[in-house]
Ligand binder design. Structure first.
Ligand code: OAD
Length: 264
């Protein structure tokens, strides 16, 4: 078997900034999970190219066709069941272990950062694995959703209310505590990485901008240009599953070459 090819080398300044950083924050989007086989939203084969979000990701859509919306989320959970974290998720977990303070702010609902071992994760858009009743707000177990029958929406066993996924839909506010924690992390970050997000959806997309305005060194990891490419300090072009391991490797080497590896 041949040796795996080495990860691409990241920009030197970014590695130096990271090596000297007290606080690092990362904003991730669907692109980081693309290499796990999970579709993004706005790429050519993205979900919003195939489906109309107003028919699947709004409260109005849910109330008018709850079974269709529940079924779509069940389909997305089924894709996730076959997936797992990739090298990009794992590289961020490695980075977390190498810096004094690390916050992973994610727009993803797939739980893959947690599965990769990242401890400090802020979920801005919820988590597709969790579900709750729209009436009594009790969390619903998986077994309630397994009873999903054609044309029959899943309902709360306690009060009969409809069961919805614990994700943020269009027109809904982001969870307040999560957004406040994300803003605090952005404001205090020395280095901010924007990874695999088109930075097209606010308020999440405002976080890298806030971080840079407050003095963070801002780097974008993406296969393509985004809404914020013009204002970042550094662009690392390529799939996150390759570029992020390169970054973690470089920081590890910088740490081991430092006379005081753990002390910053
Ligand atoms: P998008 O689909 O808008 O953007 C995905 C980004 O990932 C694009 O910029 C791609 O170029 C990039 N990309 C694709 N593959 C990549 C790879 N292997 N490595 C690095 N980058 C890659 O997804 P998000 O920005 O996450 O909201 O979308 C934000 C929000 O819009 C989502 O959370 C969702 C959606 O509507 C809700 O559902 C509330």
């Amino acid at each position: 078997m041949s040796e795996p090819s080495p990860s691409p080398r990241p920009p030197t300044e970014l590695v130096e900034r990271l090596a000297g950083a007290d606080s690092v924050a990362v904003l991730t989007g669907a692109g980081i999970s693309a290499e796990s086989g999970i579709p993004t939203f706005r790429d050519e084969d993205g979900l919003w190219q195939q489906y109309d979000p107003s028919e699947l990701a709004t409260m109005e859509a849910f109330l008018s066709q709850p079974d269709v919306v529940q079924d779509w989320y069940a389909h997305r959970r089924a894709i996730l069941e076959e997936a797992g974290p990739n090298d990009g998720h794992r590289a961020l977990a490695r980075l977390e272990a190498m810096v004094p303070s690390f916050t992973c702010i994610t727009q993803n609902v797939d739980n893959l950062h947690q599965e990769a071992g990242t401890e400090h994760v802020i979920e801005l858009h919820g988590n597709i694995q969790r579900n709750y009743c729209v009436d009594c707000e009790e969390e619903a177990s998986e077994s309630v959703l397994e009873r999903l029958e054609e044309g029959e929406p899943a309902r709360c066993p306690d009060c009969g209310g409809l069961i919805r996924p614990d994700v943020v839909w269009f027109g809904e506010a982001l969870p307040r505590e999560a957004m406040e924690a994300a803003q605090a992390a952005a404001r205090s970050a020395d280095v901010f990485l924007s990874v695999g997000t088109s930075a097209a959806v606010h308020p999440a997309a405002g976080l890298p901008v806030t971080a840079r305005r407050r003095g963070a060194y801002l780097a974008e990891f993406n296969v393509d240009t985004t809404e914020i490419t013009d204002l970042v300090d550094e662009v690392v072009r390529g799939p996150a599953g390759e570029t992020l391991p390169g970054l973690a490797d470089a920081l590890e080497s910088a740490d081991s070459e430092s006379p005081n590896p753990s002390g910053r």
